[in-house]
Design a protein around this ligand. Structure first.
Ligand SMILES: C[S@@+](CC[C@H](N)C(=O)[O-])C[C@H]1O[C@@H](n2cnc3c(N)ncnc32)[C@H](O)[C@@H]1O
Length: 354
């Protein structure tokens, strides 16, 4: 039986006899670290088609990668898209030319009050317990008040944010809700604590909580606590690309279709294994990059020290040393060769040129 693609663009392309480089080329063209919810486009598209929302919302738009997918899906259904982001990027602002999209330049959860009725909401703004919990509670209350059954989608419910707060804007939160954090640390899978200047880091855009776990910490903990008393809701998690969570009413007319789409992926061991391998590989890439950068810094420091020593050595000093070398049968002139030369043109040892 042939595994050649049948032309269905919903299926991943495999290498063919005629085009044996498709898989490598697609891999090479990808960014090193995939992170957008837009990568779940087929799954979200199927869910959106099953739900047929009049309104779709995204909390946290960043570069607009997901927003543009949502606009395309809304086009099919004549739905609206509202994106809440207090600091929209130029790419996201550029999407405003679509009449489907309304950008709300405010902080969630407060900005949830201005949303039109939305039956699909992707929550991907601040990655902290307190914000996600309040967002979830507000969105569920809004759906209940409108008599609607909505799908809530949560990004970053797995490592590293699932059980550890990441703060975009800790200053706008009540200090009592903020765990000790730092902006200059990063996380790796090869340790349990954030390390300054190492691992997956946000280069100053996100504060990372010093500790993982416990109460009131992390995105998944926020979702779980918000729905703790809601037996009418189901929570499913696809453990890929930092984890995507789905919360929806079991009684929704589209719930059976959502189950059909999501059940095979919910906590799939194979998907989790691939994600953990991706995280380990990326953590290792960062370690190697950091080691190389450290080696380059050390080499620069050594070079600068030698240049300073050379600059300090006066012409008289050098002349006296050359004279001494001549007296013991060393080089008579510069043409006879360098005074000393180490690996890669650097002095071989500190003693020789002092
Ligand atoms: C991880 S990015 C979103 C990525 C995007 N959803 C995607 O999948 O391509 C998070 C975004 O949330 C925004 N953000 C941070 N805090 C927020 C808040 N309290 N309310 C809304 N957006 C917030 C940030 O400005 C950033 O653009």
């Amino acid at each position: 039986m042939s595994a050649e693609p049948d032309g269905d663009d919903r299926l991943a392309r495999l290498n063919t006899r005629e085009e044996p480089h498709v898989e490598a080329d697609e891999a090479a063209a990808m960014p090193m670290l995939l992170h957008s919810v837009g990568l779940f486009r087929e799954i979200l598209g199927d869910l959106v088609r099953a739900i047929r929302p009049t309104g779709i919302a995204e909390i946290g738009g960043e570069g607009g990668l997901l927003t543009q997918e949502l606009i395309a899906q809304a086009d099919e259904l004549d739905a609206s898209v509202t994106c809440i982001d207090p600091a929209p990027s130029a790419a996201l602002t550029g999407l405003e030319s679509s009449t489907r999209l309304t950008l709300v330049r405010e902080y969630s959860p407060a900005a949830i009050d201005v949303l039109p009725p939305c039956q699909v909401v992707v929550v991907d703004g601040d990655h902290s317990y307190v914000v996600v919990r309040e967002e979830t509670e507000k969105l569920l209350a809004a759906a209940d008040a409108a008599g609607e059954q909505s799908l809530l989608v949560f990004h970053d419910v797995c490592f590293p944010c699932g059980r550890r707060d990441y703060y975009y804007g800790p200053d706008v939160l009540d200090p009592a809700d903020v765990h000790p954090y730092a902006f200059d640390t990063g996380m790796s899978v090869f340790g349990h604590d954030p390390v300054v200047g190492r691992g997956m880091r946000s280069r100053g855009t996100m504060g990372i909580a010093d500790q993982a776990g416990g109460e009131r910490n992390g995105v998944l903990t926020g979702v779980e606590d918000a729905i703790a008393d809601r037996d009418d809701l189901v929570l499913r998690v696809i453990p890929a690309i930092f984890g995507l969570g789905f919360v929806y009413p079991r009684s929704a007319p589209w719930a059976a279709e959502a189950d059909r789409i999501l059940e095979p992926l919910d906590r799939s061991p194979l998907v989790a294994r691939l994600e953990r391998n991706r995280l380990a590989l990326y953590s290792r890439v960062l370690e190697l990059q950091d080691e190389l950068a450290e080696q380059a810094r050390t080499a620069d420091r050594e070079r600068a020290a030698w240049e300073a020593r050379l600059a300090r050595a006066s012409g008289d000093d050098l002349a006296a040393r050359l004279g001494a070398l001549e007296a013991v049968g060393g080089p008579a002139s510069a043409d006879d060769g360098p005074v000393s030369e180490g690996v890669a043109g650097r002095p071989a040892s500190a003693g020789e040129l002092r």
